[in-house]
Design a protein around this ligand. Structure first.
Ligand code: SF4
Length: 77
């Protein structure tokens, strides 16, 4: 099991907590400096991603559990 990180840009207020907490995983989006994007979430442990999601003031970071080798939809879930 692994997690996929989704950033809901409609909810994001650009507080930057994700970038400060995990700068290798998140960065400011080019040309849109008040919204983050994923840099490389594989550079941090899943626990850190969960900490970042919990610390986001608007719950704009959503972690989706998935099975790495096969999407849940492919399993009929
Ligand atoms: S912590 Fe949440 S609100 Fe702040 S920049 Fe990241 S996604 Fe946006």
């Amino acid at each position: 099991m692994a997690v996929r990180v989704v950033i809901d840009r409609r909810r994001c207020i650009g507080a930057g907590t994700c970038i400060v907490t995990a700068p290798s995983a998140f960065r400011w989006r080019q040309g849109d400096f008040v919204k983050p994007e994923l840099a490389d979430e594989s550079t941090v442990d899943e626990d850190v991603l969960r900490e970042v999601a919990a610390a986001c003031p608007t719950q704009a970071i959503v972690l989706e559990d998935f099975i790495e080798s096969m999407e849940a939809s492919e399993l009929g879930a």
